[in-house]
Ligand binder design. Structure first.
Ligand code: KIV
Length: 308
């Protein structure tokens, strides 16, 4: 009897698989991932798309914005996530100014994330303004996910993390952006911080899936930053995120217990230690018997480093 293969044994998903999920009416769950062990867990959980987001800059590297993230950093994290997955489609974010300056540089950098990083697609920010860039990258055979609404790389221009598209003009621009990136060949579009009714209307008007973050349940899929979901930052959880675990407390409790055990001399215990044959130890140290008095103190045996 044939069985549906578990995600761990199934072939890696492609943008065609994502299109199929969308056509089948399945809501698409996407999460960010930045490192090998987390990527392994998320892949095992059957998350179909993992985003190596440039949010890595803030949540993993301690930068104050995504603007500081570099190509080598994105490449480093993309490689780790790809190594940790066998099923998920890995989408790598193109960092600030790695695209949109010249068509050649955009293509070169997208190519690096695919060829060297092993990503299955790239993501870049901007609607109409980025549509030419999207077009040329897609024409070269590289799948592109677009990102509109709140675009964190333009935070200095936008003046903060505010909901986008709330006025008549801004809303119309957002709809125009969504249509432009679809026309340019994007296989999906992230809608970040968009009023839910507008996001739902955009979703209805597109044939590619919308992936929302702070854009309501009417999107075709959802993406969240993994550290928000896991509760790694005790100081801040964005309003659009749900904390599914409190890893900060779990890790802190574990670290406290470890520190106390080391201080008390109860770690490592016998289970974490290895003993050797006493006779061999005597031979190594050049002493006639384990318990015989003397040893180095009596001037016998081979000298240790500190005695030289
Ligand atoms: O970098 C990132 O994590 C993102 C998500 C917010 C979509 O772009």
């Amino acid at each position: 009897m044939s069985q549906t293969p578990s995600p761990a044994h199934a072939a890696r998903l492609t943008i065609a698989s994502i299109a199929r999920l969308y056509a089948d009416g399945e809501r698409i769950a996407m999460l960010t991932a930045y490192d090998y062990p987390t990527a392994r867990i998320l892949d095992e959980a059957g998350i179909p798309m993992l985003l190596v987001g440039d949010s890595v800059g803030q949540v993993m590297l301690g930068y104050d914005s995504t603007v500081r993230v570099t190509m080598p950093e994105m490449l480093h994290h993309t490689k780790a996530v790809v190594r940790g997955t066998s099923h998920a489609l890995v989408v790598a974010d193109m960092p600030f100014l790695s695209y949109g300056v010249t068509p050649e540089a955009s293509l070169e950098n997208a190519g690096i994330l695919m060829r060297e990083g092993g990503a299955g697609a790239v993501k870049l920010e901007g609607g109409e303004r980025s549509s030419r860039t999207i077009e040329s990258i897609v024409r070269a055979g590289i799948p592109v996910m677009s990102h509109i609404g709140l675009t964190p790389q333009s935070i200095h221009q936008l003046g903060g993390h505010r909901v986008q598209g709330k006025t008549r003009d801004a809303g119309r621009q957002l709809l125009a952006d969504a249509l432009a990136v679809q026309r340019a060949g994007a296989f999906a579009v992230v809608l970040e911080l968009v009023p839910e009714q507008l996001a739902a209307e955009i979703t209805k008007r597109l044939s590619i899936p919308t992936i929302g973050i702070g854009a309501g349940a009417g999107c075709a899929g959802q993406v969240q930053v993994i550290t928000d979901l896991l509760g790694l930052n005790p100081d801040f959880t964005p309003r659009h995120a749900r904390k599914y675990a409190d890893l900060h407390s779990i890790i802190k409790t574990a670290a406290d217990a470890y520190r106390d055990d080391v201080r008390a001399g109860t770690f490592p215990g016998p289970e974490q230690s290895t003993r050797m044959d006493g006779k061999t130890l005597d031979d190594i140290l050049g002493r006639p018997g384990l318990d015989s008095a003397g040893g180095m103190a009596a001037g016998r045996g081979i000298p240790l480093d500190r005695d030289l």
